[in-house]
Design a protein around this ligand. Structure first.
Ligand code: ATP
Ligand code: MG
Ligand code: MG
Ligand code: MG
Length: 567
């Protein structure tokens, strides 16, 4: 394609509301345009990137034996009533009513719809296992949409669902999908980590998340460098294997708890303001009560608050006495409350001690919900501090390693649903012995549109985006300096462009009548991996200039070899 035909809208500055670098760069490069809160248009350049991600995802899903279909985005309430999720999914679900006063939702996920298909189409063990996927728009009314496409309300997800005659068969497909996910993120050129995860509102038993590693990630991951152990800290077991999974985890999810939104949000929500908050640690009980500790830059305590997650308006400064009596009140809290008597000590504690308080010898009775930073303030070594505390413990897998912490962006999530949906919706099949049995199910999500933001978070420099090859909107930029003034430049640029196109290279010819500096700046901001500059001066010696976006010296290559060099 030629830049003269491509809609390019690059900007020097990003709008003030964009906090995160990837969000800023996506707006500046003109990849997306905001329509409303959590609603974005994918502009032509951005859509090229999104399509590239989709195509990698599709090819690995097909290779894993999944079949593509496309389900309606709008779903009837009756299906969700069968599983009970119409009432429990919570405010993330956008409910709509048609002209006949019938209730629908704009699908936040599709377990009910696919199970409805399976129960009518898959009748016999001979038809199992089956695995279906779609790439589709989802809507979730996120409590705080932010970071552009990374936490949008409308977003593109690849969701797959598998059906099985036995648990062994489910486990096999789960493993196949686990490895397909690893291939997707490897092919996309991303640094990622798979971690054991909480099953949240989707439910089920086993589950893993795939995280793109980035400091700006909302999730805190604990992993053991010397073994396979890795878990989302959301999972209480990461720090406290002795603590049973909080029974109330699902309901906490359903009410948009700060567990999901991270503590900086909690701080903002209760009017403390992120600017003043260097870091916040929230301890959330199973009943949805929580204690929020806000810490200063020197890690000393700024203030402690307590409240109910669904009643944040009631948030207020808490006295030690109140906290003590609050924590001493057992209903709904996980485990014993003996440690509560120590709450007063928090006031003088450093982060390390705070972590000790949470993860210490007495074993916690709370989720450590997260650690977050006021983004405008220099970040103290909070993670390092917590690491110090954690190191010395024995990894939860009992193999003797020590835990490390890092931050991640959840880009994929796979679940063993077992029979949660098939039982609720009577999705049964006839076995070899001619009996009826509920199908085992798995489900597998990838945040296709989130990946674009996450990739930028991991791949950028001061000049803009540095795309991994597989997701770049174009792989080569041919910048023609003086295209409109020099016949020689025009002829050489058109010729190289035609050769590269014919060779199937995704090439962008910059044939605009702009200053070279601004053409270079645009190509760099947009993040095209390879750039060739053609100008009168070099052409006189039969030379063009090559530079890689990821860095490295400029190289002079002969025009005649340019095609084979770039192919
Ligand atoms: P999160 O914890 O970030 O809210 P989730 O656990 O609610 O995500 P899942 O139900 O596991 O999300 O959905 C599958 C995938 O869809 C996620 O792994 C993520 O990549 C993506 N996703 C979820 N919510 C959003 C969103 N609001 N915007 C963009 N992508 C999203
Ligand atoms: Mg969510
Ligand atoms: Mg999650
Ligand atoms: Mg998830």
């Amino acid at each position: 394609m030629r830049t003269s035909q491509l809609f390019i809208s690059t900007k020097k500055e990003a709008p003030a509301e964009a906090e995160l670098l990837s969000h800023k760069l996506m707006l500046r490069a003109g990849l997306i345009k905001r329509l409303g809160s959590g609603l974005y248009t994918w502009m032509p350049l951005g859509l090229r990137v999104l399509r590239k991600v989709e195509s990698v995802v599709r090819s690995e899903m097909n290779a894993a034996g999944a079949q593509e279909l496309l389900m309606p985005a709008v779903q009837p309430a009756e299906l969700w009533q069968e599983t009970g999720r119409w009432d429990v999914f919570g405010p993330q679900m956008l409910k709509i009513t048609d002209r006949h006063e019938r209730s629908f939702c704009f699908g936040p996920t599709h377990e009910e719809v696919i199970t409805d298909i399976a129960r009518s189409e898959l009748r016999s063990y001979k038809q199992l296992p089956a695995n279906f996927y779609q790439v589709q728009t989802k809507f979730r009314d996120e409590i705080r949409p932010r970071f552009g496409v990374m936490r949008a309300r409308e977003f593109v997800m690849k969701d797959a669902y598998s059906f099985h005659a036995s648990f062994e068969s489910l486990q096999q497909t789960y493993d196949v999908m686990y490895s397909a996910y690893s291939k997707v993120f490897t092919r996309l050129g991303l640094q990622f980590r798979a971690v054991a995860a909480d099953t949240g509102a989707i439910g089920g038993s086993g589950s893993h998340e795939f995280h793109v590693l980035a400091d700006a990630g909302e999730d805190l991951l604990a992993y053991c460098p010397t073994s396979d152990y890795a878990a989302n800290v959301e999972l209480a077991e990461a720090f406290a294997p002795a603590v049973p999974r909080a029974a109330a985890t699902e309901s906490m999810r359903d009410i948009d708890t700060p567990k999901q939104t991270a503590c900086a949000d909690v701080a903002a929500l209760v009017g403390v303001g992120v600017e003043r908050t260097v870091k916040a640690i929230a301890l959330i009980s199973a009943a949805g009560d929580f204690v929020l500790a806000l810490l200063r830059g020197d890690h000393s305590l700024n203030e402690v608050k307590l409240g109910k997650v669904d009643g944040m308006a009631d948030f207020r400064f808490a006295t030690d006495e109140e906290i003590r009596s609050h924590l001493a009140c057992p209903p709904g809290f996980i485990g014993p409350v003996g440690i509560a008597a120590n709450i007063r000590v928090i006031a003088d504690l450093t982060v390390a001690a705070m972590s000790d308080f949470i993860c210490g010898a007495n074993k916690p009775k709370f989720h450590l919900s997260g650690v977050n930073f006021g983004r405008d303030l220099p970040e103290p070594n909070v993670v390092a501090d917590i690491r110090n505390v954690v190191s010395g413990d024995v990894c939860p897998d009992g193999k003797g390693g020590t835990l490390e912490l890092c931050r991640g962006i959840e880009v994929g999530h796979i679940f063993q649903l077992r029979t949660k949906y098939s039982e609720a919706m009577n999705c049964v099949f006839v076995t070899e012995q001619n009996t009826q049995q509920a199908m085992e199910m798995g489900c597998y999500g990838i945040g296709v549109s989130r990946i674009v933001g996450a990739a930028i978070e991991q791949n950028h420099d001061e000049r803009g985006i540095v795309w991994p090859a597989a997701m770049a909107p174009f792989s080569v930029a041919v910048v023609a300096v003086g295209y409109h003034k020099s016949e020689a430049v025009k002829a050489a640029a058109d010729d190289l462009y035609a050769q590269l196109m014919a060779a199937g290279v995704d090439v962008l010819l910059d044939d605009r009548n702009e200053r070279p500096g601004s053409m270079f700046a645009d190509m760099e901001l947009i993040g095209i991996p390879h750039r060739v500059t053609i100008g009168d001066k070099g052409l006189a010696d039969g030379i063009v200039e090559y530079v890689a976006r990821r860095g490295g010296e400029m190289q002079k290559i002969s025009l005649t070899q340019a095609k084979s060099f770039l192919q």
